[in-house]
Design a protein around this ligand. Structure first.
Ligand code: FAD
Length: 412
């Protein structure tokens, strides 16, 4: 029987290991991860878990017993060092060499670090990033009511943290380099809606503002302020806590050191295979061709990690099948449920429903087709929008704009 070795015990790696077994793989499966927690969901780290409403165990993707029952060798706290492609062996941190027939890289990504000239962020005790459960353990004691939190980055993760922090009575200022929130992924209507919601909860924003420097106390280890620069004007924001939420960088080093093609992620084909057919890559670390987008994309979402793991399992089982899934994603801020489907880049118009109060939907059109939608607390709209994006059915823009008409009836 053949051996599958999976590097990265996150959402994608865990899903792959269990799916392989469920679909009848009888060979060896080894799942290697550097984190010590059993494979867990990351999305709650900036939501319910940070808020203290969700226990650690609730984050685990599968009970520990499942890996045993499925005869999956789970090696936690283990770092994969190098791939010996000639010998088809993976070298891990304790020096052992694991032979593989198929190697899967599910290495995800790491939080992008703040770089400021002359500042060593590792020396700062109250400046954090949030990617792992350990990060939350480290920063949670700093979530003290009244503390001034400066959040660098107004993306989804940053906004989720802002929502949790205000609910825990911290004083929150978000610094965002773009002129509006979520500028890369959403339209101005949704950015404005969310900005209003956050402001109504007391969050302050500095938009089109970049971080120029941080002020530290005499010990050199505590940030006391963040200097932001907007339109050439420098302002000092007092800070008792700084959180950097400026995105992630895919973990591609293992792949590039082994000579695999890397370009904004590990380059794979539609069956999750890298430039070496015995090495596959999935999830946040992989740059894949997308049938939906008609181009290569690297997605950072839990649904993609799961979908990509299923594609990879099919390839390993000898029944390769490319994905036709439309990307989707969700977020939670306060009591709002945000659901996004498709990729809005390149749309030519945006039509909204609602938009005042506590719910709205934004539909992004190219010609008369909806290519993407952002739905806030209108779950029925989301189900229909997803069908419309996936099917590519043309819609009547006037009916689409009329909240009185059920969304399904906007289709032609
Ligand atoms: P990861 O989850 O990053 O797992 C990769 C694992 O591999 C990590 O444990 C890493 O340490 C390990 N690893 C890397 N290199 C090595 C090595 N050489 N040796 C051993 N181990 C290694 N998505 C959504 O859809 N909705 C959300 O609301 C949402 N919220 C999020 C909130 C936060 C705070 C974060 C950080 C992410 C969120 N995401 C969300 C994104 C989602 O969590 C990721 O898309 C998903 O976790 C990707 O899974 P993955 O397995 O590809 O990578």
């Amino acid at each position: 029987p053949e051996n599958v070795v999976v590097v990265g015990a996150g959402q994608a790696g865990s899903e792959l290991a269990t799916t392989l077994r469920q679909r009848g793989w009888s060979g060896g499966i080894t799942l290697i991860g550097d984190e010590v927690s059993p494979p867990y969901q990351r999305p709650p780290l900036s939501k319910g878990f940070l808020l203290g409403k969700l226990s650690r165990e609730k984050l685990y993707l599968k009970p520990a017993a499942t890996y045993e029952r499925f005869n999956i060798a789970l090696r936690l706290g283990t770092w994969a060092e190098t791939i010996d492609r000639a010998a088809k062996e993976l070298v891990v941190s304790d020096g052992s060499r694991l032979p593989y027939d198929k190697l899967v890289l599910a290495t995800g990504g790491r939080a992008r670090r703040l770089t400021l000239p002359g500042v060593d962020v590792d020396q700062l005790d109250n400046l954090f990033t949030l990617r792992r459960i350990d990060d939350v353990d480290a920063l949670r004691p700093h979530f003290v009511p009244g503390r001034k939190l400066v959040l660098i980055g107004g993306g989804y993760v940053g906004l989720e943290i802002a929502a949790v922090a205000t609910q825990l009575d911290l004083d929150v200022t978000v610094v965002e380099a773009a002129p509006r929130l979520l500028a890369r992924v959403t339209g101005p209507e949704v950015s404005g809606f969310l900005e209003d919601v956050h402001r109504s909860h007391g969050v302050r924003f500095r938009l089109a503002a970049t971080v120029a420097d941080v002020a530290v106390d005499a010990s050199g280890h505590r940030v006391t302020g963040v200097e932001v620069s907007a339109s050439g004007v420098v302002e000092r924001l007092d800070a008792g806590l700084v959180l950097v939420g400026i995105g992630m960088e895919p973990n591609t080093h293992l792949a590039s050191a082994a000579g695999l093609e890397v370009d904004n992620g590990i380059v794979v084909d539609e069956f999750a295979r890298t430039s070496d057919p015995d090495i596959l890559a999935i999830g946040d670390c992989a740059n894949q061709p997308s049938a939906y987008a008609g181009r290569r994309i690297r997605l950072e979402s839990a649904p993609n990690a799961i979908e990509h793991a299923k594609v990879c399992a099919a390839t390993i089982l000898g029944r390769p099948q490319a994905s036709t899934a439309t990307p989707w994603f969700w977020s939670e801020q306060y009591d709002l449920k945000l659901q996004m489907v498709g990729l809005s880049a390149g749309h030519d118009r945006c039509i909204t429903r609602g938009g005042t109060g506590t719910a709205m939907s934004a539909f992004y059109l190219t010609g008369d087709r909806i290519v993407a939608a952002d739905v806030i607390s209108r779950p029925a709209d989301f189900a229909t929008a997803r069908q419309l994006v996936t099917s590519g059915r043309p819609v009547d823009p006037e009916r689409l704009a009329d909240s009185e008409i059920p969304l399904a009836q906007a289709a032609l």
